[in-house]
Design a binder for this molecule. Structure first.
Ligand code: NAP
Length: 273
């Protein structure tokens, strides 16, 4: 049996969808049973409630531990450690953790909670696989506004990947062999804002950052080239190349997650290309 935690979120739902076509028993662990995805049994599993996690993980041959969206780092670490302890106590066969690029060496800023969780899993003695995610393309694909694309990225590359590809990769790891004790650095194919603008036939304009905040920090990382790391881990686990952002917004969504109209008001015109 495979248990998926935080299964009511966007990623969890996609993983369950991908697993549903495979002959395997899947259980959704959710903090609110009313929000459980349809079609699979659900159990209550709240990262703030260790007892609920032990019950939710009971009997799992494999657990997909999807990282908490909590922004407060100490609380997020506590939540993840609750899950690791519960997995150990429930006798889970192996834990697949959705980590973040850089979490292997870095214990600062965005990577701190992921690093602490990886370390806790290693110390727990539980068999594990780390899926180190890049930023999700779904949130980064630029919009066409007033006939142009703007950005503060200096035209540098982004190695984002779509949730749908990361979900399929997670399903492959959960149902496949040879992944234990491994850490995958998942990166999507590099894309740039000017490249997307060119594909859509609209101009690109570099603009100053909107001001302090998470996006400004991320833009600085992009301008410094820190999102240009490339590995073939995602392609190898998927058994095919991951979807590129330019392809997805130029030719329309192939998966259910990306609402094309949200990301590109020129959808109608571009689709006819
Ligand atoms: N790499 C990236 O660019 C990126 C971007 C966004 C997020 N992330 C990380 O990836 C994770 C999955 O992404 P996503 O898109 O699926 O996020 P999402 O759609 O926001 O889903 C978050 C999930 O976490 C659940 N959750 C919140 N607090 C919980 C708790 N105390 N105990 C158990 N579950 C709890 C939510 O449950 P409810 O349905 O009850 O709210 C929901 O199922 C996020 O949680 C975040 O850690 C990564």
């Amino acid at each position: 049996m495979i248990v998926i935690s935080a299964a009511s979120g966007a990623l969890g739902r996609l993983v369950i969808e991908s697993l549903r076509t495979r002959t395997t028993e899947v259980v959704a662990a959710v903090r609110d049973l009313e929000r459980a995805p349809e079609g699979v049994p659900a159990r209550r599993g709240d990262y703030d409630d260790p007892a609920s996690l032990r019950e939710a993980f009971d009997g799992a041959a494999r657990l997909l531990l999807i990282s908490s969206p909590e922004l407060d780092t100490p609380r997020r670490i506590r939540q993840h450690l609750n899950a690791v302890t519960a997995a150990k106590e429930a006798g889970v066969g192996a834990v697949v953790f959705t980590s973040f690029l850089g979490a292997g060496d870095g214990a600062t800023g965005m990577t701190e909670a992921y690093h602490a969780t990886e370390q806790a899993l290693i110390s727990s003695g539980l068999p594990y696989t780390f899926l180190r995610h890049p930023f999700y393309s779904d949130a980064f694909v630029p919009r066409v506004v007033d006939g142009e694309i703007t950005g503060s990225t200096g035209g540098r590359g982004l190695n984002t990947a779509f949730r749908s590809d990361l979900a399929e990769a997670a399903a492959n790891v959960l149902t496949g062999e040879g992944h234990l004790g491994r850490a995958y650095d998942f990166t999507g194919p590099l894309w740039t804002h000017p490249e997307v603008a060119e594909a859509l036939g609209v101009p690109y304009r570099e603009v100053p950052d909107a001001g302090p905040g998470p996006m400004s920090w991320i833009n600085a990382q992009i301008r410094a080239g820190l999102l240009e790391q490339q590995t073939d881990d995602l392609e190898r686990v998927l058994g095919r190349p991951p979807v590129t952002s330019t392809w997805r917004i130029s030719y329309g969504p192939k998966g259910p997650l990306v609402d094309f109209s949200t990301y590109c008001p020129l959808a109608g015109r571009v689709r006819k290309m």
